[in-house]
Design a protein around this ligand. Structure first.
Ligand SMILES: [Zn+2]
Length: 442
C-alpha cells in the first residue's frame, strides 16, 4: 500500500533533486575537468556567501576522507535553515549543482541519463511512487529539443509498476511561446513522449509578470489540445511566492487570476495564507507601492467580482472605484502608494478567504512546499507559515518539496514538519489532504 502523502510529489525541480551525496557521485569522475570559473560561478558564490570556495579540494577531500570531507562538501552545497531568507545565497548554492549538471549535459547523452537516474533512484529509495519533474533546458531549436527528449526518455525508462515519473516543461515568463512551441514540436516528432511530457509550468521570476500576459498562451494551448487530442498539455503555475512588487490585494488577485486562466495547479500561493500584517512587516514600506497598471487591474477585478467579494464581507464602493479609475487612466506607467491600516488588513484577510473558496469551487489545488517557503519564500517562521490558513480553508492542497536535494529534505520530512507545527495528526492531515495522486496531470 503506497504511502498516501509521502509517496507522491507534484512539485519538484529535477536540478534541485540532487542531494549532497548525488553531487559527490556525479562530480567524482569530472570535478577536475569542470571549469569552476565559467559563468562567474566562483566569484558569484564567494561574494554571495562571503567565503573562498575551492570545489576541487572539497571533492578530493570528500572522496579521500569522507568522514571529514563529506560534511564540508555538504555544507558548501545544501541551502539550510541558517541561510534562510537570502535568495541570492540560494541561487549560488543551487548553481553549485547546476554547474556540474551543465558540464554533464555537455558530455552527451550517457552522462545526462546517468545524472537523471541518480536523482530518480534517490526518490525511489525514499519510497516515492509518483513524481512530476520540472526541468528546463537551454540551447536553440534542435539542441534544445534533443535535451528535452533525452530527459523525457530517461524518465520514461525509470517507470515500472512501482514508480511513475512525469515531465513538466518550465516556460520562461519573459518569453514563454518559443519554449512552448519547442515542446509541441517535440511531441509532433516523438508522439510516444506524450505519455511522459504532460505539462508546462510558468516558472522563474514572478515579479513584474502578471497573469494577464499569458492569456494568449493559454488560448493557444487549448486550441492545440483540441487539435491534437493525443498530446494534451496542461499548465501549472508558480504564483504568490514572491510579491514585493505590488500591493497585497494584487498579490491575492494574481493567485485567483492564474486559476482563472486555466492553470491546473498553483505553486506556493504564500500570498493567500500569509497574514497581511506579517507580510508588510517583512520590509520597510513593503507592498505599499505598485504600478498604476496593477492598481487599475485591481479596480477592474473588484468591479467584476463586486457581488462575490461583498458576500465575503469585503467592502466594494463602486462609485469610489470608478472615480479612482478615472483619475489614474492616463498614468499607467506611474506608481501609486497606499499605506496599510488595521481595517485594510482585515479586508485583505477576507479577500484571501474569498480566493481560497474560489479555488475550492474550481477544484484548483495549491502545491504547498513548507521548507521552501521558509527558506526562500520570505515566510518568517513556522508560526506564521501560510499553511495554517491554507489547511483551515476548503481549498484543495498537496504537500511538495520544490528542491529536496538543495534543501536536504524529503517529502516524508515535509509531512512530518506539518504534523509537528500544526494541530493536525498524521491521520487528520491525511484526511484533510486526501490522495494527492488525484491532482496529477495527464
Ligand atoms: Zn518551484
Amino acid at each position: 500500500m503506497p504511502n498516501k502523502l509521502s509517496g507522491c510529489d507534484l512539485h519538484v525541480h529535477l536540478a534541485g533533486s540532487f542531494y549532497a551525496e548525488d553531487l559527490l557521485a556525479i562530480g567524482a569522475p569530472i570535478f577536475r575537468e569542470v571549469d569552476w570559473t565559467a559563468r562567474d560561478f566562483l566569484d558569484g558564490y564567494n561574494a554571495a556567501l562571503n567565503t573562498k570556495l575551492n570545489p576541487v579540494q572539497l571533492f578530493a577531500e570528500a572522496l579521500e576522507n569522507p568522514g571529514a570531507g563529506f560534511p564540508k562538501l555538504k555544507a558548501a552545497y545544501v541551502f539550510g535553515s541558517e541561510d534562510s531568507g537570502d535568495f541570492e545565497k540560494f541561487m549560488w548554492k543551487y548553481r553549485f549543482f547546476s554547474h556540474v549538471w551543465g558540464y554533464g549535459w555537455e558530455q552527451g547523452r550517457e552522462t545526462a541519463v546517468a545524472m537523471i537516474t541518480q536523482a530518480v533512484d534517490h526518490h525511489k529509495r525514499q519510497g516515492l511512487d509518483y513524481v512530476e519533474y520540472r526541468a528546463g533546458f537551454w540551447g536553440e531549436d534542435e539542441a534544445l529539443r534533443q535535451k528535452m527528449q533525452i530527459c523525457a526518455e530517461a524518465l520514461a525508462a525509470e517507470c515500472d509498476e512501482m514508480f511513475t515519473a512525469r515531465y513538466i516543461i518550465p516556460l520562461p515568463r519573459e518569453e514563454p511561446l518559443s519554449m512552448y512551441r519547442a515542446t509541441r514540436q517535440l511531441l509532433q516528432e516523438q508522439p510516444q513522449l506524450a505519455r511522459i511530457i504532460v505539462g508546462v509550468d510558468l516558472a522563474s521570476r514572478e515579479e513584474g509578470f502578471p497573469p494577464k500576459l499569458y492569456r494568449e498562451l493559454f488560448q493557444q494551448m487549448n486550441r492545440d489540445n483540441a487539435a491534437f487530442p493525443d498530446q494534451q498539455l496542461t499548465a501549472v503555475y508558480h504564483v504568490g511566492e514572491t510579491f514585493f512588487d505590488k500591493s497585497l490585494e494584487s498579490a491575492v488577485r494574481w493567485c485567483h487570476e492564474a486559476a482563472l486562466l486555466g492553470a491546473k495547479r498553483l505553486g506556493h500561493c504564500i500570498a493567500l495564507g500569509l497574514d497581511p500584517a506579517v507580510a508588510v512587516s517583512r520590509r520597510a514600506k513593503a507592498h505599499e507601492a505598485e504600478l498604476v497598471s496593477e492598481r487599475l487591474d485591481q479596480i477592474a477585478y473588484d468591479l467584476r467580482f463586486a457581488a462575490e467579494l461583498r458576500q465575503f464581507g469585503v467592502t466594494v464602493d463602486e462609485k469610489k472605484l470608478l472615480d479612482e479609475q478615472q483619475a489614474l487612466l492616463n498614468r499607467a506607467d506611474d506608481w501609486v502608494e497606499r499605506p496599510y491600516n488595521p481595517l485594510r488588513f482585515k479586508e485583505i484577510r477576507l479577500r484571501q478567504t474569498f480566493v481560497l473558496a474560489q479555488l475550492a469551487e474550481m477544484g484548483t489545488p495549491i502545491e504547498c512546499c513548507p521548507t521552501s517557503n521558509l527558506r526562500i519564500g520570505g515566510v518568517p517562521d513556522a508560526e506564521h507559515h501560510p499553511i495554517h490558513r491554507l489547511l483551515a480553508s476548503s481549498a484543495p492542497l498537496c504537500l511538495c518539496t520544490d528542491d529536496p536535494g538543495t534543501f536536504d529534505i524529503t517529502l516524508a520530512s515535509e509531512v512530518e514538519w506539518v504534523v509537528q507545527h500544526t494541530d493536525y495528526t498524521a491521520e487528520s492531515l491525511a484526511q484533510r489532504l486526501g490522495d494527492p495522486r488525484r491532482f496529477q496531470l495527464c
